[in-house]
Design a protein around this ligand. Structure first.
Ligand SMILES: Nc1nc2c(ncn2[C@@H]2O[C@H](COP(=O)(O)OP(=O)(O)OP(=O)(O)O)[C@@H](O)[C@H]2O)c(=O)[nH]1
Ligand SMILES: O=C([O-])CC(=O)C(=O)O
Ligand SMILES: [Mn+2]
Length: 614
């Protein structure tokens, strides 16, 4: 600790720092000097520590302990109503040159940004404890483990990080032993407490900054306590920073679930799927197949780090340790596997409603709506209140190991071979239930033009169609054209025989009467069955300008109240809708300026030609 301005308690705490790692020690003391916390606490990741922290959070009013008979060792938190989702307009990629952030990111010069943030962080932890959380994304015994250390003044963040990532003393030891690089990830609520000032249950600041410095691989997050803004191992590290690492090191950091499927013939297929936030990743990752003879197992529900293996095969691994799932719509009917994992307890719920018997509830959890609840803002709620009881972006945070259907390969640092990739979005019209890409490059084109209606997972308008390349629009840590180029050049070196087949899916298409064209959820297994039968060369398809779609009777409808004609409606390629779609894709591609790969411009030209000739 350099200066005399430091309160003595910090000097003492630092001398007790349980590490000799010089970079870590100096970073921690530098941040303590800047943020002026009352004390420093090094997180060991133990169960006893978690119990102590959650007890303290209950005493502080941040957490409510749930009825242990309903949800053992589980808690509910209620955020400030202005701190309920990721804030994309306050998220920045501060690369040295503006060009390298690309048109999809907010940018500011790194030095200018650091000057602003330094003033925000100055004294920002006064009256609070500064927690130091060593963490690793992926496995501790991976060949090249990806370390981070989050500094935060939020105990809620510490408790949530313990569920979402591998944290604590073992990680710290490994960082020391291997003298490893770690991503410094700094987080403050921006809510210092002056002497005698009472705290609030959810401290935060009106002003929020979620900032990434890709060259030095660091993160500074200020003002929010919520999910993707504050649990810095997740979107900030595992997607934005990791995508830059992946570009430089020759791999892919993607916003994808990973699902293991076993066919009735006992053949294993691992499927990766990229859907934008709140568009069905966690649900598909926990699929309860309705189609006879198929088995599904979970490998990951949000993030997939992929690299090409020794034999040129694509391998994927989930670097996370927990689920941070959208609560509304998750129910015993739609997603029994998620409900089963949640029911084991050990979870933190945020912005859900409370039942009168000390449990939680959200829209869609049960068919029967409780007669009385306390809503996420603490108000009495009844079914005719005319507003949702849980916030639309309310979340459950649950250990992934509580999923009964977790695949054993989840624990393998080498990950699994990926046999198929799905890109999907939330579109009421135009996009068929499923389309098979003509080939790999055509599949990258599908990913690059992926579109979806915006959801409550980020602040801003909901239901607006936007392009979301590979479901990575808010998460690509560098130029979007360079990112698409990286996909193309990296895969060119792979074993072309073993490249996954690519499909575009849309569970959210509507029929003329406004209902969903496809029942979704467990019945999505029928679409996956078709996709795998395409890989095996068994299922029928019709060629259209956009790719191959199922024939009406090639999707297994056994036990479903649907006809092949319903399937034909769900997969229909409507030329009139595609006139508009092509215009929108063209406008999207124009925004890339010079950095869009030629291969994709060619793909668009060919698509237009196929429609013109159809
Ligand atoms: N109609 C329909 N809704 C679905 C389907 N799958 C998921 N949903 C709903 O879509 C919402 C989001 O689903 P999730 O699986 O949590 O989405 P996600 O992609 O994991 O979202 P993030 O965790 O924000 O990245 C929930 O309300 C689900 O109930 C489906 O197949 N059909
Ligand atoms: O990051 C979050 O807060 C939650 C999440 O998974 C997403 O929005 O995609
Ligand atoms: Mn999810």
């Amino acid at each position: 600790m350099g200066t005399t301005a430091n309160p003595p308690v910090l000097e003492g705490a630092l001398m007790e720092a349980p590490t000799t790692h010089p970079t870590l020690r100096s970073w921690v003391s530098e941040i303590a000097e800047l943020t002026q916390p009352d004390s420093i606490y090094w997180v060991d990741g133990s169960e006893a520590e978690y119990t102590r922290l959650t007890d303290e959070l209950v005493a502080a009013g941040t957490l409510r302990r749930l009825n242990p008979e309903l949800f053992p060792n589980s808690f509910a938190a209620f955020s400030d109503p202005k701190d309920v989702a990721r804030v994309e307009d306050r998220t920045f990629i501060c690369s040295e040159s503006k060009r390298d952030a690309g048109f999809t990111n907010n940018w500011m010069d790194p030095a200018e940004m650091k000057a602003i943030l330094t003033e925000r962080f100055r004294g920002s932890m006064r009256g609070r404890t500064m927690y130091v959380i060593p963490f690793v994304m992926g496995h501790l015994d991976a060949e090249d483990p990806k370390f981070g250390v989050e500094i935060t003044d939020s105990a809620y963040v510490v408790a949530s990080m313990r569920i979402m990532a591998r944290i604590g003393t073992d990680v710290l030891r490994k960082i020391e032993e291997t003298d490893a690089f770690f991503v410094p990830a700094l987080h403050s609520l921006g809510a210092p407490l002056e002497p005698g000032q009472a705290d609030v249950p959810w401290p935060c600041n009106e002003e929020k900054w979620i900032v990434h410095f890709p060259e030095e691989r660091s993160i500074w997050s200020y003002g929010s306590g919520y999910g993707g803004n504050a649990l810095l191992g997740k979107k900030c590290y595992s997607l934005r920073i990791a995508s830059v690492m992946a570009r430089d090191e020759g791999w892919l950091a993607e916003h994808m679930l990973i699902l293991k499927l076993t066919s009735p013939e006992n053949k294993v297929y691992n499927i990766a799927a990229a859907f934008p936030s709140a568009c069905g990743k966690t649900n598909l990752a926990l699929l309860d197949p309705t189609v006879e003879g198929w088995k599904a197992e979970t490998l990951g529900d949000d993030i997939n780090w992929m690299r090409f293996g020794k034999d040129g095969e694509l391998r994927g691994v989930n670097p996370e340790f927990g689920l941070f799932g959208v609560a509304p719509g998750t129910g015993w009917g739609t997603n029994p596997n998620a409900m089963q994992a949640i029911a084991k307890g050990n979870s933190i719920f945020t912005n859900v409603a409370l039942t009168d018997d000390g449990g939680v509830w959200w829209e869609g959890m049960t068919e029967e709506v409780p007669a009385h609840l306390t809503d996420w803002q603490g108000n009495d709620w009844t079914p005719d209140s005319g507003r949702p009881a849980a916030h639309p972006n309310s979340r459950f945070c649950t250990p992934i190991t509580q999923i009964d259907m977790l695949a054993p390969e989840y624990h393998d640092p080498e990950g699994v071979e990926i046999h198929a990739i799905l890109f999907g979005g939330r579109r009421k019209t135009t996009i068929p239930l499923v389309t098979e890409a003509r080939d790999w490059t055509n599949g990258i084109f599908m990913g690059s033009t992926l579109s979806s209606e915006t959801t409550a997972a980020a602040t801003g308008a909901v239901g607006v169609v936007r392009r979301d390349p590979m479901a990575m629009l808010p998460f690509i840590g560098y130029d979007a054209g360079d990112y698409l180029k990286h996909w193309i050049t990296l895969s060119a070196k792979a074993n072309q025989e073993r490249l996954p087949k690519i499909f575009l899916v849309n569970w959210f298409r509507r029929t003329a009467d406004g209902g969903f064209a496809w029942p979704g959820f467990g019945d999505n297994s029928r679409v996956l069955k078709w996709a795998i039968e395409r890989i095996e060369g068994k299922a029928d398809a019709v060629e259209t300008p956009i790719g191959f779609i199922p024939t009406g009777d090639s999707i297994d409808l056994t036990g479903l109240d649907m006809t092949p004609a319903n399937v034909e409606e769900a997969v229909r390629v409507d030329p009139a809708e595609w006139v508009e779609e092509l215009k929108d894709i063209e406008a999207w591609y124009d925004r890339f300026g010079g950095s869009l790969p030629q291969e994709l411009t060619d793909q668009l030209a060919e698509l237009k030609r196929r429609f013109a000739e159809a």
